[in-house]
Design a binder for this molecule. Structure first.
Ligand code: XUL
Ligand code: CO
Length: 447
């Protein structure tokens, strides 16, 4: 990756390139554990983790919440004379941030990059203008687009949904927006395209034809996929599950729900899952559960890395801080062979009262360090093999004899029942959960 370069204005003065200083460093603007070039297993840390920065949280969100006005005085907005000029400042600031931090990827919604115009045509014009500038910056810095997406939830026209809107004209407007977002993603070499169905769900069943809406969603996704493929898009389409918020119920509730939906509508060949830690928690699952479920179904794709606040149940999108959680997540990811076109996108925001420019850096440094530690622990678990050996042994009765026949589908239910009567008593063994938890804690502290 090239050294910091964007243009003539520095938006984060006084902050240089963030480097690895090691665990003993007390420099808040240095990595303690993330050492990009360090080999872990067969790959460098940076190639395992494929960190991406979420444009929306880091450069668009302003600290406002339902109870209060903006608190983040972004230097790139303050001195802009028009929305387009502001967007250009924001883009330059973003690339300055990516290069100083040393993250190789970013992700955006169309409306993060460029402002909405008076008409779809003007919105597209704005988007293509900013994308042309982003392309130059990507070339100059080596930063890549992990995935693009369209914001189909902020504009009032989407209050009843986008692809699932009861009004056909809104569905068509959503398609116009997605078409342009796909075009721009292709133009910028995006490795993926994400659909997060923020308002694809309902607030009340009393006014909703659920069956129709789900069918419309499937038709919309299939048509978008066909369009992108026709344009030469070779990347992966992601669905990002979330159970609710802003809707009462989102159709893409969790991994299992989306997997069923994709298979029912024949979309499972092109679509994979983008799994977000905080969304898993809102659906009542562990982050690792969602990752393992997607892996088991052959649908694992990418990750939105963040965390929730377990006691309040909102999508707080905080930066990851738990080694325990990142170790289990990275263990699930390494077991499935690691990322291919996906990566770890920090869909996370600094708090409303984090108002120093350095806070954005420190937040990401902490998130990257937390995942680097998680990666090293996961690699130790794999190298040591104790946990996988235990799991393998636990299912050993299926390796030969009648167990193996069952696995291959060679036993009828009558055969199975006959064998049950023959065995008479069951071979019960301890699950050894406590021992395994103790071993996991040893790995955690063994770094
Ligand atoms: C919202 C969310 C989105 C998606 C992209 O909860 O996670 O930012 O990641 O639309
Ligand atoms: Co997300």
């Amino acid at each position: 990756m090239a050294e910091y370069y964007v243009g003539n204005k520095e938006y984060f003065p006084g902050i240089g390139k963030i480097i690895y200083e090691g665990p003993k460093s007390d420099n808040p603007l240095a990595f303690k554990y993330y050492d990009a070039e360090k080999k872990v297993g067969k790959k460098k840390m940076k190639d395992h983790l494929r960190f991406a920065i979420a444009y929306w949280h880091s450069f668009c969100a302003d600290g406002s919440d339902p109870f209060g006005a903006p608190t983040h005085p972004h230097p790139w907005i303050v001195d802009a004379k028009s929305p387009l000029e502001a967007a250009e400042h924001k883009l330059n600031a973003a690339f300055e941030f990516f290069t100083k931090l040393g993250a190789e990827f970013y992700c955006f919604h169309d409306r993060d990059l460029a402002p909405e115009g008076e008409s779809p045509a003007e919105s597209e014009k704005n988007l293509f203008a900013l994308a042309a500038k982003a392309k130059k910056l990507q070339k100059a810095t080596g930063i890549k687009l992990l995935w693009g997406t369209a914001n189909l939830f902020s504009h009032p026209r989407f209050m009843n949904g986008a692809a699932t809107n009861p009004e056909f004209s809104v569905v068509a407007l959503a398609a116009a927006q997605v078409k342009a977002a796909i075009d721009v993603t292709i133009e910028l070499g995006g490795q993926g395209y994400t659909f997060w169905g923020g308002r694809e769900g309902y607030m009340s069943l009393l006014n909703t034809d659920l069956k129709k809406e789900k069918e419309h969603l499937a038709k919309f996704l299939g048509a978008a996929r066909d369009y992108a493929r026709k344009q030469g898009f070779k990347g992966v389409f992601y669905i990002e599950p979330k159970p609710m918020e802003p809707t009462k119920h989102q159709y893409d509730y969790d991994v299992e729900t989306v997997a069923g939906f994709l298979r029912y509508y024949g979309l499972d060949k092109d679509f994979r899952l983008n799994i977000e830690a905080n969304h898993a928690e809102l659906a009542g699952h562990d982050f690792a559960h969602e990752l393992e479920t997607a892996a088991a179904l052959g649908l694992f794709g990418s990750v939105d890395a963040n965390r929730g606040e377990p006691r309040n149940g909102w999508d707080t999108d905080q930066f990851p801080t738990s080694y325990y959680e990142t170790a289990l997540a990275m263990y699930a990811i390494l077991k499935v062979g690691g990322f291919t076109s996906g990566g770890l996108n920090f869909d996370a925001k600094i708090r409303r009262n984090s108002i120093d420019p350095a806070d954005l850096f420190e937040a990401h440094i902490g998130g990257m360090d937390t995942f680097a530690v998680g990666l090293e622990i996961a690699q130790r678990i794999i190298d040591d093999g104790k946990l996988s050996a235990f799991v393998k042994k636990r299912y050993a009765s299926f390796n030969s004899g009648d167990g193996a026949k069952f696995d291959k589908g060679e036993l009828s239910f009558e055969d199975l029942a006959k064998l049950g009567s023959k065995y008479g008593k069951a071979g019960i063994t301890s699950g050894k959960q406590e021992r395994l938890e103790n071993i996991l804690n040893q790995y955690l502290l063994g770094l």
